[in-house]
Design a protein around this ligand. Structure first.
Ligand code: UD1
Ligand code: UDP
Length: 392
């Protein structure tokens, strides 16, 4: 056993990272074997604060990096120079980086430069196309190069790492911590602040949930907005709910096409508990989000992914997720097929949990304990058929 407790620094900066590190931070803080330090780059502001509040996480450092319309290079250079003095001050043994954002890539690099061991949570996701998602595929590959311990969510992600010659003993299959967070959410009492969403809990209208934000989709976002417009006009009896990302480029492309339609509900980003409850209330999900692709299948909701490829093939193979690209007519045709044909809908509406069983944070912490010499790994994640989760 080391004489002093290993210091584990968790760095995050955007909404999905906050959701996915929350179960790990909570587990580390409750574990006497470690000193835990939490650093927020603040790449996101309001959208991050919503998650911190819900999970009760107060970062020890907040770099407050968010500035409207920053370039990727600006985010990365400000994050790198801001992280350096914090890492030098804290001297962590381990830096945890989650996923594939600019914050994640920078945290891994800054930790590596300062001699910490890098642990990558959600390691090994790949599309094989360096330009899609942009810049996330490149970020993941860069992080992989400086990582000591790769916490892969699934066997498929482990295989991707093995194909890049990462040693087997440096990879642990944990499941994705997003499912730990979703299971935590399933125990919360949820109240919708927006009266239009609250009213949906009293009716049985079909709800189509739509989210979009991907950088490589910004050009195509008017197509996505147009598809929602066509669908909302074709199905006036259904409700289309769009919690819109705060990026003005997303809002400017999507809102003008749909905001006047009576059966479209546009909101600001929803707090995580309200968003997962809305997902649970939905009939169908249209999205380009990574996290939503992982959550919706375990709620038994069919997902049409508005992208050309995905680094999350597991639910596509299971039949709950379908890639439909960003062409307006294709999105409309695929959604109409599910909204108008019950057999097609039922074939996709199977609850599957290829991404986790709620124990991913425990496996991650055990693997970090082994890496730092204070414990042993536990059994890896094996997907199995589980009861669908229910939220709200
Ligand atoms: C980032 C990540 C992406 C992740 C997404 C999750 C990178 C390169 N991209 O993309 O991988 O899927 O977060 O949502 O790291 N904004 C606010 N308030 C907020 C957050 C964002 O106003 O709380 C606005 C700002 O105008 C900001 C813009 O959204 O400039 C874009 O934010 P940014 O972090 O650059 O990229 P995302 O598209 O959010
Ligand atoms: N989410 C949320 N409120 C919203 C929309 C999404 O809390 O209004 C959650 C969602 O449950 C998922 C995560 O945010 O866990 C996904 O974030 P996003 O789509 O921004 O990023 P990605 O996963 O694509 O990186």
């Amino acid at each position: 056993m080391p004489l002093t407790k290993p210091k584990i620094m968790t760095v995050y900066g955007t909404r999905p990272e906050a959701i996915k590190v929350a179960p790990v931070v909570t587990a580390l803080q409750a574990d006497d074997r470690f000193d835990s330090v939490v650093v927020s780059t603040g790449q996101h502001r309001e959208m991050l604060e919503q998650v911190n509040q819900r999970f009760g996480i107060v970062p020890d450092y907040d770099m407050a990096l968010m500035k409207p319309g920053q370039s990727l290079n600006e985010i990365v250079s400000r994050a790198l120079s801001g992280l350096h003095p914090i890492i030098m001050e804290e001297q962590p043994d381990v830096v945890i980086s989650q996923g594939d954002t600019s914050t994640a890539m920078t945290a891994a690099l800054a930790g590596f430069h300062c001699g910490a061991r890098v642990v990558h949570l959600e390691a090994g996701l790949r599309t094989g196309d360096i330009h899609s998602p942009f810049p996330e595929e490149a970020n993941r590959k860069i992080i992989g190069q400086v990582t000591s311990l790769h916490l892969a969510p699934t066997q498929e992600s482990r295989e991707n790492l093995r194909r890049e010659n990462i040693r087997s003993r440096d990879i642990v299959v944990t499941g994705n911590t997003v499912i730990d967070a979703l299971l935590a959410a399933s125990k919360w009492q949820v109240h919708f602040d927006d009266p239009r969403l609250a009213a949906l809990t009293e009716t049985d209208e079909k709800v189509v949930l739509v989210t979009t934000h991907r950088r490589e989709n910004l050009e195509a976002m008017a197509e996505i907005g147009g598809a929602v417009q066509d669908l909302a006009m074709s199905y006036p009896q259904h409700v289309f709910a769009l919690p819109l990302h705060l990026n003005p480029r997303v809002r400017n492309a999507v809102m003008p096409q749909v905001e006047v339609l009576p059966n479209v509900i546009i909101t600001d980003p929803l707090p995580y508990d309200q968003f997962t409850a809305l997902m649970n209330r939905s009939y169908l999900v249209l999205t380009d989000s990574g996290g939503v692709q992982e959550e919706a299948p375990s709620l038994g909701k069919p997902v049409l992914v508005m992208r050309e490829n995905t680094e999350r093939p597991e639910a596509v193979v299971a039949g709950t997720v379908k890639l439909v690209g960003t062409d307006r007519e294709r999105i409309v045709a695929e959604a109409k097929n599910l909204l108008s044909h019950e057999a097609a809908y039922k074939a996709m509406a199977n609850a599957v949990n290829p991404y986790g069983d709620g124990q991913a944070a425990d496996r991650a912490v055990a693997a970090i304990a082994q890496l730092t010499g204070v414990g042993e790994r536990i059994e890896e994640f094996e997907p199995q058929l589980l009861e669908p989760t229910s939220v709200g």
